[in-house]
Design a binder for this molecule. Structure first.
Ligand code: FAD
Length: 486
């Protein structure tokens, strides 16, 4: 019997992680399998891009990942990268929030709602007494209606009050997605908040109970900080992953853009997927994983299911940019401290957030330089990006000068633009995923995976890739008809 041919379209972290599990699991299951990954760009990793500029190390896209979600750390362990993992620096472990032009301290990990983390917030003056009193009422506010879809903004205002939402939660939570909290689905973006409310009747009480339970079971606790990165940048995750895939015989092809998808059935319920490539060639597959952004997958699946194409079109994307700036340390010391700051939407600024990269992470800049990373754009703020790089850098530097008093011009700058890069899980997202799954359920062996569906973070994409790999192998091994969308 000829080996099963499985093609993965998209060589970002989701596609690469899927390929690794397909390759490993097919060996374990004794399935003869030929796996190919097709990537349109000239490099692997999608949004994960590490740059070196002299002694500086910059991340164009993600700069770290959450350690609490195990998939990221587990993949690092599998690839022999555990020794390369780095924690955030110990000293001055705090972030700030900008409010009415002034920076207020927020403790690191505020969002974990550990009670000991609250004191600085209470003392900071960021919230008025009435705002603090309203926040305290969270523990007694009744539960929301379980079946009702609620926006992140509505949930946070209802439970924590308007001030805590606008000044703390909105920039911390919506900022992760470069999104608009009024449009974001709470259940799709922060399902844990929804679960805690439903289970404990209060997010704060639920978090406190969870923190207590974790400290009792974990003993000494994890030696990782909330976010971790790799010593030589997250690009090492991509290099290690592609090296491992090559060793295992996976066929990795760059500059291979898939233009169209057709499907043939040679026996009831079994499909062959024909991929038409930009160079005019074609490739057939028994199993197909689309690890492309939703708007690309929409065009590919439309001939198979116009409904699925339409549902994928309904996942909007935000465009953003990261701007790296390096300053001589002697000109900046004393003006900045902590890990950086977030900016509430209400402030109406160009910046979503700024990270003092070289204060937050080791190995990012030599001691005589300070590396800063600014995040701009996002839903409703895309206009910020309608200028050339020089203007963008001037504006971002101007904001830093006004907010923190950095006077000197940066001696190194870098702009990385991300067009339609951050999927938005808007109200109704989970229902649309269920409909998408139903619309594609007859196409056994076809799976959609990636940041557009069940989590945008790197660990979410890796976890989703594992589930997608298992699904496609189960389909091809003649297993039950499962879900088409992971
Ligand atoms: C600026 C920024 C900062 C971020 N910061 C963090 C962070 O700090 N921590 C974190 O955990 N997450 C972060 N994220 C989110 C995270 O990086 C992404 O969600 C994740 O990397 C997406 O991976 P993916 O494989 O699903 O998609 P992608 O990385 O987008 O990969 C999809 C791939 O498909 C390819 N492709 C598209 N069309 C075709 C085609 N027709 N044929 C073949 N290939 C095609 C693309 O070229 C791309 O390589 C950030 C994202 C951005 C943009």
């Amino acid at each position: 019997m000829r080996p099963l041919r499985i093609v993965i379209v998209g060589g970002g972290i989701s596609g690469l992680a899927t390929a690794l599990v397909i390759q490993e699991a097919s060996v374990v299951k004794g399935l003869a399998c030929h796996c190919t990954v097709l990537e349109a760009a000239s490099y692997w990793g999608g949004k994960i891009v590490t740059h070196r500029a002299g002694d500086l190390l910059t991340e164009a896209g993600p700069d770290s990942f959450l350690s609490q979600k195990p998939a990221g750390l587990d993949l690092c362990a599998k690839l022999g990268l555990t020794e390369q993992l780095i924690n955030t620096n110990d000293t001055k472990k705090k972030a700030c929030v900008l409010w009415r032009g002034r920076l207020y301290d927020l403790p690191d990990g505020l969002i974990s709602f550990a009670p000991q983390q609250w004191t600085p917030l209470l003392r900071s003056g960021l919230l008025s007494w009435s705002g603090l009193a309203r926040l305290g009422l969270e523990t007694v506010i009744p539960r929301g209606v379980p079946g009702r879809e609620e926006s992140l903004a509505s949930f946070c205002r209802r439970r924590f009050g308007r001030q805590a939402f606008e000044r703390v939660l909105e920039p911390l939570m919506a900022g992760i997605y470069a999104g608009d909290a009024e449009q974001m689905s709470l259940r799709a973006t922060f399902p844990r908040f929804f679960e805690l409310e439903q289970r404990h009747g209060s997010v704060i009480r639920g978090m406190v109970a969870a923190t207590r339970a974790a400290s009792q079971t974990k003993g000494a606790g994890s030696h990782h900080t909330m976010f971790v990165s790799l010593k030589n940048g997250l690009g090492d995750l991509v290099s290690a992953l592609t090296a491992r895939l090559r060793e295992q015989g996976v066929d990795l092809r760059l500059r291979c853009k898939v233009e169209a998808l057709r499907v043939r059935s040679h026996e009831p319920g079994r499909w062959m997927y024909d991929l038409l490539l930009e160079d005019g060639s074609a490739l057939s597959a028994d199993g197909l994983v689309l690890a492309t952004p939703a708007y690309v997958s929409a065009e590919l699946v439309r001939p198979l299911s116009p409904i699925a194409g339409g549902l994928l079109d309904m996942i909007p994307y935000a465009s953003t940019a990261t701007v790296a700036l390096a300053y001589p340390a002697k000109n900046v010391v004393g003006t900045i401290q902590g890990f950086g700051f977030v900016v509430p939407r209400k402030e109406g600024r160009d910046l979503i957030a700024a990270t003092w990269t070289s204060l937050k992470w080791p190995y990012r800049a030599p001691a005589d330089q300070v590396l800063v990373r600014c995040y701009v754009g996002g839903v409703g703020r895309e206009k910020t990006l309608d200028v050339d790089d020089h203007t963008l850098v001037t504006r971002v530097h101007g904001e830093l000068a006004r907010i923190c008093g950095i006077q000197e011009k940066p001696h190194y700058t870098e702009v990385n633009r991300w067009w339609k890069a951050m999927p938005q899980y808007t109200i109704g997202h989970l229902d649309r995923l269920a409909q998408l799954e139903a619309a594609l359920s007859r196409y056994r062996g076809l799976v959609l995976v990636g940041a557009a569906y069940r989590g945008v973070g790197i660990p979410d994409c890796i976890r989703d890739g594992t589930a997608a790999a298992e699904k496609v192998l189960a389909d091809l091994a003649g297993g039950r008809h499962g879900k088409a969308v992971r």
